[in-house]
Ligand binder design. Structure first.
Ligand code: ZN
Length: 461
């Protein structure tokens, strides 16, 4: 979608939302309950502001800005060695588990409690048990921490497939991966991919084919993908097949080896880097714009996957669908502002599809939130102390916006060549649908679970 058409969409949605305001406040029970939970990974107000400035201009409004509810969510995580102690900066595994299951856990954990390693039932599992249809859509690998926390239960997020259960040596800044207790032979549930293969989900779309190509733990010649087929999934791998799925099929769609390619990249490979200093003088970097990443051309968009999911999950008993725009986070880790901007745009298009569905299915609650904040900050594009030759100590990019401005975007949470880190800031919650007047403007992440189950009529189960 072009930027101009996004403005038009936002404008027309404003009219649509204004027109439907009365239906939002009507009594509930307007048919079967549906839940659409959209999670932007790393989707904090810095990222939203950066994306707004780029996509619609600083005077423009994103579709998000027109939703009738806007609150804040305190991010929640605890220490693995002492679950009574808060961990103020969380990761996607802990926070997705908290949102999915209502129990606060420690970083790296997927659907399991800190220290005691007990399973935490997710809202999708609860919905499935109650006869609702369930689905997951993500631009990450479907085995990545956020989607995994809604369907799987393992002690470490990197246990994607059977070959990834035990890894020697620290990966990134985290502890060594060890999910040996989760091997089936040790009485566990197996890797995340194997748990997805044997899950009861009606639909799961995203990346991650590489993990399903691994041999299943209890087999010498059967891949996890084949195992998924044996459990009743129809597996698809490209955009054309998305259009061919039938209502009575259970769908596992894997469109890339791991994370799906992002929509935008910096022109000439532009991304943030350290300021150059020559003879004590700061050389301010040339601004760059964003351009389409050709690798994303053949991929289904998040919006296309959302539309397919909504059509597929429609049924008499209601459904629960989790949608993730994953690469706001991943591109912030790698200090690529254009990648994050494109992923926010994808989130907004997905939200647009969800709202279009909600207009004809009013008992649909749409929640839009984030798992945690991130490192990117919008700072002056030329420092106020430039005359004194001071500037950012971190990595810095100057982004040329379509409206003719320049944004300074800074990443300074870590001097590692590999990545920047998350922040512990509270994250936004947007909502539209029945019951939104009852949502306090400040909540904690576990309450996403409560609100979701209440809407679906599943509390007390
Ligand atoms: Zn992250």
């Amino acid at each position: 979608m072009t930027i101009k058409s996004l403005v038009l969409v936002a404008t027309s949605l404003l009219l649509a939302l204004t027109g439907c305001a009365s239906s939002i406040s009507k009594p509930e029970n307007q048919g079967r309950p549906n839940l659409i939970l959209i999670i932007g990974d790393g989707f904090d107000d810095q990222q939203i502001t950066i994306a707004r400035n780029y996509l619609v201009g600083s005077g423009g409004e994103l579709l998000l800005d027109q939703l009738p509810y806007r609150g804040m969510v305190q991010v929640q995580a605890v220490r693995e060695d002492n679950p009574n102690e808060p961990n103020y900066v969380a990761d996607s595994a802990a926070t997705a588990t908290t949102m999915a299951g209502g129990v606060v856990t420690s970083r790296q954990r997927v659907g399991t409690t800190a220290k005691t390693d007990e399973d935490i039932t997710s809202m999708l599992e609860a919905a499935q048990s109650a006869g609702l249809r369930t689905g997951i859509v993500t631009t990450a690998s479907v085995t990545d921490a956020t989607p995994a926390s809604f369907v799987a239960h393992v002690s470490h997020r990197f246990c994607h497939g059977p070959d990834n259960m035990v890894e020697q040596g620290a990966r990134l800044s985290t502890a060594t991966t060890d999910c040996s207790a989760d091997y089936k032979k040790n009485g566990g549930r197996g890797s995340i991919a194997e748990q997805i293969a044997s899950s009861k989900l009606d639909l799961i779309l995203g990346g991650g084919a590489r993990y399903f190509g691994q041999l299943a733990e209890d087999s010498n010649d059967t891949t996890v993908l084949r195992e998924a087929q044996d459990y009743g999934f129809r597996t698809i791998s490209d955009r054309a097949e998305l259009k061919s799925i039938r209502q009575n099929e259970r769908i596992l769609g894997l469109f890339s080896g791991s994370t799906m390619p992002v929509r935008y990249r910096g022109v000439n490979g532009g991304q943030a880097d350290f300021l150059e200093r020559i003879d004590g003088k700061v050389v301010w970097p040339e601004p760059f714009a964003c351009e389409i990443n050709p690798a994303s051309d053949s991929m289904p968009t998040l919006s296309e996957m959302t539309v397919t999911a909504l059509r597929h999950l429609e049924n008499e008993s209601g459904f629960a669908l989790m949608i993730e725009a994953a690469s706001i986070d991943k591109q912030a880790h790698s200090r690529s502002p254009c990648g994050s901007i494109g992923e926010v745009e994808q989130l907004i298009e997905s939200l647009q599809a969800a709202i279009a569905y909600q207009q004809t299915h009013p008992n649909t609650l749409i929640l839009v939130t984030a798992d945690h904040g991130h490192s990117a900050t919008l700072i002056p594009d030329i420092s106020g102390l430039a005359e004194l030759e001071y500037g950012s100590p971190g990595r810095f990019a100057r982004i040329r916006t379509p409206e003719g401005g320049i944004m300074g975007i800074n990443y300074a949470s870590n001097d590692s060549p590999m990545w920047d880190e998350h922040s512990g800031v509270a994250v936004p919650l947007y909502a539209i649908g029945p019951g939104i007047r009852d949502i306090p403007v400040f909540i904690r992440q576990a309450e996403i679970h409560t609100i979701s189950l209440q809407h679906l009529g599943l509390t007390g189960r």
